[in-house]
Design a binder for this molecule. Sequence first.
Ligand SMILES: [Zn+2]
Length: 506
Amino acid sequence: MFFAKGVLIEKQLSYLFAKLKSIRASTGTRLVALAAVLVAVCSTFSYGQAIDAEIRVDAKTNSVEVAGRFLDGGEIRNIAFQREFAGVSGLAERISQMRTLGANGKEVTSKAFAPGEFAAAESIGAFSYTIRLDAPDSTGQAHVSWLKNGRGVLFLGDILPLVLGKASTSATVRIIDQKVGVAGGCSSLAEGKYECSDRASAVFALSPDLRTVKTAETEINLLIEGAWNFDDQAAAKEAAELFGTYREVFGGSPQGPFEVVVMKFADETPPGRFEADTRGRTILILSSDAPFKSQSMQRLSLQLRHELFHLWLPNGVALAGRYAWFYEGAALYMASRVGLKTNRIRFDDLVSQLSTAIAFDRTSPKGVSLAMAADTRWHGNATTLYARGMLAAFMLDLELLKRSKTKHSLEDVLRKLFNDHDRRKASKVDAVPAIIEAFSAFNGTGTLAKELLDRTEPLNVAATLENSGFELADSGRDLKVKEDPSSREKAILNKLGYNNWRKLSR
Ligand SMILES: [Zn+2]
């Protein structure tokens, strides 16, 4: 989303490539309208807007009352709220009883000129309003705030006013009348009171049933709500091992600490559904359980393999602009590669996922490139983004392995990207040239990366498959391993984990 910094959203209900709900056509127009408003507002205000707020939770009405003030004053006349996030629209319509006060505490008249956009007659020092937080009933519970029967999730990104322009992103909040289970991205100041340096990435999980499970990684806090078919200890081991594997892949850890929260949906939900959101340093997984212990664990592992990747990319790096075309495909692909590395999946599983990606990519709407699909992911192009994105990651990995005689792979590029653009040391640069440059540094694959990004037709896998050890089956659709790969091809297959699996299946 264009105004949320360090925020990553996930909507994969049935991994891989779920059919996503269609979004009303009007949403796009409204986004453009909001962008215009924000740009206009940004040019007026460029000073601090740190917020101090009390959020009173009313469990009976599933709503919150927010009362806050701008900490550093200045000429603030406009307040804007998030209206749409991750394809969930109508967020601003949940806000009512808006009151604005001047610096002297006197009521200042304000007008809503669009849902979630308020303009006051005079300068505003403080504000109060109510937000109804009924849970979105289809999808979106991992992405927007909701409350139900005393449990739920609060994202400060859709509860507090948006950060405008270069204003301060910080907020101090006190949560009243509800015990907080997790305050992701915030530090605790006192009972119920938190300091959040970036309100767009602050997540509060509220549930009386959340328990903390210790993991071997001191930087990872695992919180699990209620009863599951997997064991707490096995979940902790999985989270720590996968985190450790990614640390090796990327050559270091991003800035922690991290919260991994596993919760149930608002309502009883049939098996097989999950949503996840990696916001700042917090991974939130909402899921229904699977019927058996092993399935339940496999599901959690899959969710973790994908979401943990996002702690590094994009959340751990200072890259600007939209580049979901790269990090979503790479997350899908690396979730499988890491699954193979750690023997969580079989080589066959990787091959069949790639076959699915090829099939979906061929049904992509005409004239849509990966870059375009990423920009319109919540407006019908998520499948193209995920399928083509994964396929592009695979093709780049294969090219790197082929051209370098297995000396380099996608992992080298990921490591370079993380090392060069680590949020802690790098200043923000544009993502697309940085990614192309990282590929160019290894066997000149930058040109291919750019081609894959801009191509408006299904990707041409066949050329990349030559001399790789893979080929397309007779149908021309499914990917398969060659009957009799050459020694060079075998080396590539083994780098991808082919041998791992064969050793296990013996
Ligand atoms: Zn993702």
